[in-house]
Ligand binder design. Structure first.
Ligand SMILES: [Cu+2]
Length: 181
């Protein structure tokens, strides 16, 4: 009997550890290779379509992968994006493997600075939203195929939340029973 009672706090702590691990995984930053897996940073990829399949949060990164002889990457303002102009650029990259940190909530604009490439569609607008936010209404179309996994994930989180509540209650009891000094 004594051993059974001693096991309860251990089980509760194990459950709590699992919950912490699950929460950390959900909040982990992601790195996305622009255009992948069907394309990269090139003249063929539909970047408006590509971003619809992603939700970018602060802490995530995007990687532009390309041949530096063929392309570059220029971060521009919204006006520069609209006009395909890199004249007043924010920053420029040309290593062929450029990692850009999405540090804060907001919209970032990138284009290829080589003549004619942006006009041919080599431009990308990245909306960085707060963690926990879902994609905007623009994603309604392709999101239908992604709905079942996210629904099952939500069901899973509900189970995790219930386990967390139970674990917290058990831990509270374990602490209360314990002498203070
Ligand atoms: Cu280019």
């Amino acid at each position: 009997m004594v051993t059974t009672r001693a096991l309860v706090p251990v089980a509760a702590m194990a459950a709590a550890a699992l919950v912490v691990a699950a929460v950390m995984e959900a909040a982990a930053a992601a790195t996305y290779t622009v255009g992948a897996p069907d394309g990269l940073w090139d003249m063929q990829t539909d970047y408006a379509q590509w971003v619809k399949t992603k939700t970018f949060h602060p802490g995530d990164k995007i990687t532009f992968t390309y041949s530096p002889e063929l392309h570059d990457v220029v971060e521009v303002t919204e006006a520069g994006y609209g006009a395909c102009s890199s004249a007043n650029n924010i920053s420029a990259f040309r290593t062929g493997n450029d990692v850009v940190a999405l540090a804060a909530v907001g919209t970032r604009y990138f284009l290829c600075g080589l003549t004619g490439h942006c006009d041919s569609g080599m431009k990308i607008r990245v909306d960085v939203v707060a963690a926990g936010s879902s994609p905007g209404p623009d994603a309604a179309g392709p999101a239908s195929s992604a709905a079942p996994p996210s629904a099952s994930w939500a069901a899973g989180s509900a189970g995790i939340a219930a386990a967390a509540a139970a674990a917290a209650l058990l831990l509270q009891r374990a602490v209360v029973v314990r002498p203070f000094w």
